[in-house]
Structure formats: structure tokens, C-alpha cells
Design a protein around this ligand. Structure first.
Ligand SMILES: O=C(O)[C@H](O)[C@@H](O)[C@H](O)[C@H](O)CO
Ligand SMILES: [Mg+2]
Length: 403
């Protein structure tokens, strides 16, 4: 069996998605997600110019060999563009292999470790009161875990909070980066009140999560982790930028609040010290940005040795192809923690028909052979690519900060 044909599909049903389709000479095809939010066309160029020509004629069943061919063969290892391109190939090849086996992907990985996959939804509000209303809506819809993000008095726009209450949050909201203004002191003084209010209204059972989005220094993160200990967060996410893995060692010395990190990671090396030193509790590296199933499986196995569990990134800027594959992975992986879930728009769901379903705060994996997600290429053509960028963040004096 040979790879006969492969091509990228760019579509924007509300936001941009990049999909790689690989077709074999026997007619079986697989698809993979290659979406890198705000840098989509860089991955398209990488795939079209450098990867696809080298795939034609190869045996699609040799997933491991192709992974190493693309990783080692580039000479320039790692990086989000390279690893997203490799991930798309990998996901498409696992899709093909599972279709050939006549099995849903989770079976090929090793079978079910659980019946269903717990997800966390996003509650956002301009202020604490409106955020609580959104938490209530999620609880009514069956969610057992909710990420809470609220506006901070004195900060005009902030990560994770929709422009208008009740609207879905979309970070890549401008052609070129919007400029936000950040104040660590205003945030740190305000945010513990949000968790206190959530616990007071919803009691102890609801899992609550929060994303700091890389804005603090280690000692500030330590302060926050300590102050929110009474509210028993499921996790505190991305409390500092993680290029310096040792920063988490400092935070860890000060707090028992569980720590999650890794949505921007693309390699096991980004997480190695974090995991081996048990500085974190949840690893968020995703299939699409960290080299696909083949590589993330290695990260999860390493994590398992150190009591670190998975908590995959799952925003709307990853396509249903990634989400569907992630649900198979989550169903199988022994050290599963939780799966992030931001529902896609109905236009996106129409372009990407799929067999996973949401029920009572969990995902239930489908039984279709492969990863269970397809693409309607005719419909995809109706939504042309439109450049969209993530914001930048500045301190109140104008210093460029972490967004
Ligand atoms: O926890 C999350 O879901 C993330 O922080 C996202 O909201 C990112 O900001 C987005 O994926 C950037 O493209
Ligand atoms: Mg995040």
C-alpha cells in the first residue's frame, strides 16, 4: 500500500482551520488537524512544500518510521510549525490504520481505560456576578468541571472573557494583533474573590479551574496558589511562562494548588524537567501541536511515571479532527485527568461531521473505524481563509508583556 495523494484544506467556518488529507492507492484516506492559531499559513507552506512531496509513494502503515523521517529528516527539530505539520501527518496515518483495521482508534491504542471522558467547560463574565450566571448555565447543562474567568476592575479587556456576556470567547479577534493592557496587582487582588464566590454558590463538589495565561512571575504565582488553597481548585493553569521549567519548582515549594501547563509545548523536551521533578500535576500538550498521537503518547507515558495526568488543550482553535482524536486518546490513556471543551460553532460542526458526543459533562467516544471525524470538502470551500491574530499585552507603562 502506498500514499498516492495528499493535500491541505484551509477553511474558515467562523475561524481558520487547516486539515491535511492523505489518500492511499487503495482509496482509504485519513485526515489530520494542522491548525496553529494565528500562524495557519506557515504550517500550510511547510506541509505543501516540504512534507507532502516526500510522503508520496511511502507505506502509510509505517507510522513510526514516517514520524522519525519527518522529525529527524528536517534536521531543524521541534518548534510549533514543524511539530504541527508532523502531527497532522501522524493523525491522518493513525486514522488510516484504524480504518484498515476496522477499529475505532481507541481500540488500536489499547482499548478503553474508562467509559467516558470528563470535560471542563468555560464560564466567562465581565464581572464575578455574570461569571457565576455562566457557571450556573454550565452546571445545568451537566458539566462537572468548569473553568472560571472574570473581568478585573480597572483592566479593560482580559484573556478568557468574551467581549459581551453570553457570547462565545474568541481570542484571535483582529486582522493584526489587538493591544491589551495588563495589571498584575489588580488581577492578584481581585481573582481570589471569584473562587470564593463560586464555592459559596456552588458548594464543594464542582471542579473549578482557572487559566492565568502565562502572566505572573514565579513568586506571584506562588502567592496566588497559596491564597486560593481554601477553594480547592482542580488546577491553576499556565501561571507563568514555561520556557524556564525550573520556575515551577519555586511555585511548587509554596503551594498545594495543583498546577497545569503545556498548551504551547510541542515536544517531550519542553516538559521533561517539569514531569521528572513532579513540579506539575497536569500536562496539556495537544495532539495537534506536539507531534500527534505517536509523540504525545510518549509524553503521557513519561508523565504516568510521576503521577502527572493529561489535561489536553481543547479550545475552538483546534479543529474537531483534533478533538475527535483526543477523545480516543483520552478514552485509552491510563493517566487521564480531564479534557478541555469549548464547543465549536454549528458551521464548524457541519464542515467536520463526527461521531463523538457530549453527555452529562463527559464525552462518549464513537465506534466508527478511524478517529471518527471527516471533512465535507465542498462545504469547506464556502469559507475562505481570513487572517486573524491573537492579541498582545502591555503593562500600564507600555512594556510588552506576556499575553
Ligand atoms: O486554555 C486555553 O484554552 C487556551 O489558553 C486558549 O484559549 C489559548 O489562548 C488559545 O488556544 C490560543 O490560540
Ligand atoms: Mg490555556
Amino acid at each position: 500500500m502506498k500514499i498516492e495523494h495528499a493535500y491541505t484544506i484551509v477553511t474558515s467556518p467562523g475561524r481558520n482551520f487547516v486539515t491535511l488529507k492523505i489518500v492511499t492507492d487503495e482509496g482509504t484516506y485519513g485526515i489530520g488537524d494542522a491548525t496553529l492559531n494565528g500562524r495557519e499559513m506557515a504550517v500550510v507552506a511547510y506541509l505543501d512544500e516540504h512534507v507532502i512531496p516526500a510522503l508520496i509513494g511511502r507505506d502509510p502503515q509505517r507510522i513510526e518510521d514516517i514520524w522519525h523521517y519527518l522529525y529527524r529528516g528536517a534536521y531543524w527539530r521541534r518548534g510549533p510549525v514543524t511539530m504541527s505539520a508532523i502531527a497532522a501527518v501522524d493523525m491522518a496515518l493513525w486514522d488510516i490504520k484504524a480504518k484498515l483495521a476496522g477499529m475505532p482508534l481507541y481500540q488500536l491504542l489499547g482499548g478503553k481505560s474508562r467509559e467516558r471522558v470528563m470535560v471542563y467547560g468555560h464560564a466567562t463574565g465581565r464581572d464575578i456576578e455574570s461569571c457565576l450566571e455562566e457557571v450556573a448555565r454550565h452546571v445545568d447543562e451537566g458539566y462537572k468541571a468548569v473553568r472560571v474567568q472574570a473581568g478585573v476592575p480597572g483592566i479593560a479587556s482580559i484573556y478568557g472573557v468574551a467581549k459581551k456576556d453570553g457570547e462565545p470567547y474568541e481570542p484571535a479577534d483582529a486582522d493584526l494583533p489587538a493591544e491589551h493592557v495588563w495589571s498584575t496587582s489588580k488581577y492578584l487582588n481581585h481573582v481570589p474573590k471569584l473562587f470564593a464566590a463560586v464555592r459559596e454558590r456552588f458548594g464543594d463538589d464542582l471542579h473549578i479551574l482557572h487559566d492565568v495565561h502565562h502572566r505572573l512571575t514565579p513568586i506571584e504565582a506562588a502567592r496566588l496558589g497559596k491564597e486560593v488553597e481554601p477553594y480547592h481548585l482542580f488546577w491553576l493553569e499556565d501561571c507563568v511562562p514555561a520556557e524556564n521549567q525550573e520556575a515551577f519548582g519555586l511555585i511548587r515549594q509554596h503551594t498545594t494548588t495543583p498546577l497545569a501547563v503545556g498548551e504551547v509545548f510541542n515536544s517531550i523536551h519542553d516538559a521533561k524537567a517539569l514531569i521528572e521533578n513532579q513540579w506539575i500535576d497536569y500536562i496539556r500538550a495537544t495532539l495537534t501541536h506536539a507531534g500527534g498521537i505517536t509523540h504525545v503518547r510518549r509524553i503521557a507515558d513519561l508523565a504516568g511515571l510521576y503521577h502527572v495526568r493529561t489535561g489536553f488543550h481543547g479550545p475552538t482553535d483546534l479543529s474537531p479532527v483534533c478533538l475527535g482524536s483526543a477523545i480516543h486518546f483520552d478514552t485509552w490513556v491510563p493517566n487521564f485527568g480531564i479534557q478541555e471543551y469549548m464547543p465549536h460553532t454549528s458551521a464548524t460542526n457541519e464542515v467536520f461531521p463526527h461521531d463523538y458526543r457530549f453527555e452529562d459533562g463527559h464525552f462518549i467516544v464513537g465506534e466508527t473505524p478511524g478517529h471518527g471525524v471527516d471533512i465535507d470538502e465542498e462545504l469547506a470551500k464556502q469559507y475562505p481563509y481570513k487572517r486573524a491574530s491573537l492579541p498582545v499585552n502591555r503593562l500600564e507603562d507600555g512594556t510588552l508583556w506576556h499575553w
